[in-house]
Design a binder for this molecule. Structure first.
Ligand SMILES: [Zn+2]
Length: 652
């Protein structure tokens, strides 16, 4: 999901928290809080090893979906049925199953609606009168017998109480649900309808009942969908059919199975050209929109059939207003894929979606080369009502943006295909694990795109980070529904800045990148917890970083390093200088100093974070040869120091 930044927050923050608000002379630093021997001391288990890898008995359940859905345009309703083939790999018997009914968020009585401010918010979950699922029937098939189940529905969850128990270690059950829902116009910024000149753009997500995850941490994960907190889904194969009016084009997650039934010969030929082309090829051009020759059937409905392998979700879009273009994706293994964009005329042109296919293609190529090869064959960017929302192989971006904003939106949303679509963390509890890691990799993608055309925003301004940290009352570990809506931007920025500090100022790029990639490899298509990330980084980089995990992710501490004094051995500069630095706030980070002498010599000195294991004050000897004229802390502005006034010492 895209970060929603409001500049006025920054201006307000600057006004309220001028740097001196936190300025102080006496240190409140406590080394035992940072280097806490009681932090993360529990043993590894047979499910999750102490080194951060999945343990020898790690398990997760698997779930295959077969879905048939019809878009009823007159009533803006989806009618569907889903067959879920569920495998219980857990060591537990399951006497009941839990499913997510995400559409119930839009019921006016939902918990999300009840907890939305009177003034509304981005997720606009005040509900609307037709909102929510209508569950027509739920049945299960177990060992050849069919059972009709009366579902127990509470808010966005549905429990199916079984008249038997699904056995542990690989037993299977099929669940069938017949359902419908009215498509909200603005679906919590994740789906909905956009009315354009040539027709409605439907963005369909959270469009079928989905299994909750049963895991070794919480059992059934049944936190309700309330707005900000996203999703947690198991992996499996999807086989889905969407039936829409014949004049619409559909794009969806995964591979289209029946092009000859839903496309014209010209479109099939153009797609084949696009699969061989690094530059963008039109499949449907602007002047062809609404043209009868672009559709194989003129009346009635057409069914589009897609399949996606080993995914945690699928979404799709449909419209008769689409321009459609595409280009080849080149993967490191030599495999080829296809990058596509569908957008209304309102979004056309080189400064807008005319480059979307390239933004998508080059993002996927970068992430595949740098982190982990994209496991699917296609991806599509859709211009519509959602500001920015990610699904496997399909992303929904705002139809109104262009240039750098569109690049950043596309590279962010498709970046989510690595976090959390490949590395399947629990978004509803740990929003930093997907938004933050994604924002971190987005910065490197932006650096690499077209010789830095749009630059790196991952580190934004470190001063802005310091101000965010001064304001924030909630640590990164706070679950989304408890995080202040004013502060949720830190899931993105604070995490990304923290990972960059670890990479560039603490352990260095080589050790960081190796450990970070180890984390991705270990947890691809699995469900990591925060500790699995922390332990993998500690273990693969070979550094006990618990002090950092604690201060950065669990606390709202701030950083204020200062230069206290400069003295000379026996009062002679030629004998060397004794420089004293101080750590005034609760956070500890390594130290970089730039020292300049009267004779023109200057040097950079780096001190490890371990100097702060001693105390809040540290004196080190610098081999000066002439009087020192200045000492500057954090000369490259890498750290979110809240008071830079005390970072520089000058000789008169
Ligand atoms: Zn996001």
């Amino acid at each position: 999901m895209k970060r929603f930044t409001s500049l006025c927050f920054y201006f307000l923050a600057v006004m309220i928290f001028s740097q001196n608000t936190f300025a102080q002379d006496t240190s409140i630093y406590n080394k035992n809080q940072v280097f806490d021997p009681l932090f993360m001391t529990h043993d590894g288990t047979e499910f999750r090893s102490a080194n951060g890898a999945p343990g020898p008995k790690y398990w997760q359940n698997s779930v295959n979906y077969s879905i048939h859905a019809t878009l009823d345009e007159k009533d803006t309703v989806i009618n569907g049925n889903v067959t879920i083939n569920y495998t219980n790999n857990s060591p537990d018997e399951l006497k009941y199953l839990w499913l997510q009914l995400d559409q119930n968020l839009f019921n006016p009585d939902s918990r999300g609606a009840s907890t939305t401010l009177v003034t509304g918010d981005r997720f606009d979950v005040k509900g609307y009168k037709k909102g929510g699922y209508h569950i027509e029937s739920a049945t299960v098939i177990y060992k050849g017998k069919t059972y009709k189940i009366d579902p127990v529905i509470t808010d966005t969850r549905m429990q199916l109480r079984l008249p038997f128990a699904v056995k542990p270690n690989g037993d299977k059950i099929d669940v069938k649900v017949q359902y419908s829902f009215s498509i909200p116009e603005y679906g919590a910024d994740r789906m909905g309808r956009l009315y354009t000149k040539n027709g409605v753009v439907y963005q369909l997500a959270q469009w079928y009942p989905r299994m909750c995850v049963y895991d070794a941490i919480k059992g059934w994960n049944t936190l309700p969908y309330m707005g900000l907190g996203e999703f947690y889904c198991d992996y499996g194969n999807f086989d889905y059919y969407v039936t829409v009016p014949a004049d619409m084009i559909v794009a969806g997650s995964g591979d289209l199975q029946n092009p000859e039934q839903v496309l014209t010969a010209t479109e099939i030929k153009r797609l084949a050209e696009a699969r061989k082309s690094d530059s963008t090829v039109f499949i449907v051009k602007e002047d062809e929109i609404g043209n009868k020759s672009t559709r194989p059937a003129q009346k009635g409905m057409l069914t589009w059939h897609f399949k996606m392998h080993n995914s945690r979700d699928v979404s799709w879009t449909a419209s008769k207003a689409f321009i459609w273009d595409a280009a080849r994706i080149n993967f490191p293994s030599g495999k080829k894929g296809i990058s596509m964009a569908v957008y209304p005329v309102e979004s056309k042109g080189y400064n807008a979606y005319g480059r979307a296919t390239q933004y998508l293609k080059q993002s996927i190529e970068f992430y595949s080369k740098t982190y982990f090869e994209y496991p699917w064959n296609s991806a599509v960017a859709v211009a519509g009502v959602a500001l920015g929302m990610e699904y496997p192989g399909i992303i929904f971006c705002s139809y109104r943006i262009g240039k750098a904003n569109l690049w950043h939106d596309i590279t962010h949303e498709i970046g989510h295909n690595w976090f959390p679509m490949i590395v399947g963390s629990n978004e509803r509890r740990y929003m930093w694990m997907d938004e933050g890691m994604n924002t971190f990799i987005n910065g490197y993608a932006s650096n690499s795109f077209n010789h830095g055309e749009y630059g790196d925003t991952s580190n934004r301004s470190i001063l802005g980070m310091a101000r965010t940290m001064m304001r924030a009352k909630d640590p990164l570990m706070t679950p989304p529904e408890s995080m202040s809506l004013r502060d949720y931007g830190q899931y993105y920025s604070k995490t990304a800045v923290g990972l960059n500090i670890l990479r560039n100022s603490v352990i260095g790029p080589d050790r960081f990148d190796y450990a970070f990639k180890t984390y991705i490899d270990r947890w691809a298509f699995k469900h990591p917890q925060p500790n699995d990330f922390f332990r993998t980084m500690n273990d693969a980089a070979g550094e006990d970083l618990n002090w950092f995990w604690k201060e950065w992710f669990y606390e709202t501490w701030k950083l204020d390093q200062s230069v206290k004094s400069v003295k000379y051995v026996d009062d002679k500069a030629a004998n060397g200088a004794l420089i004293t630095i101080e750590n005034l706030q609760q956070m500890a980070l390594p130290v970089t100093l730039h020292i300049t002498e009267e004779n023109g010599q200057s040097n950079e000195v780096k001190l490890p974070v371990e100097v702060w294991q001693r105390d809040s004050e540290w004196t080190f000897k610098y081999n000066s040869t002439s009087p020192i004229t200045s000492v500057v802390l954090d000369p490259h502005g890498e750290l979110p120091d809240i008071n830079r006034n005390n970072n520089t010492w000058k000789s008169k």
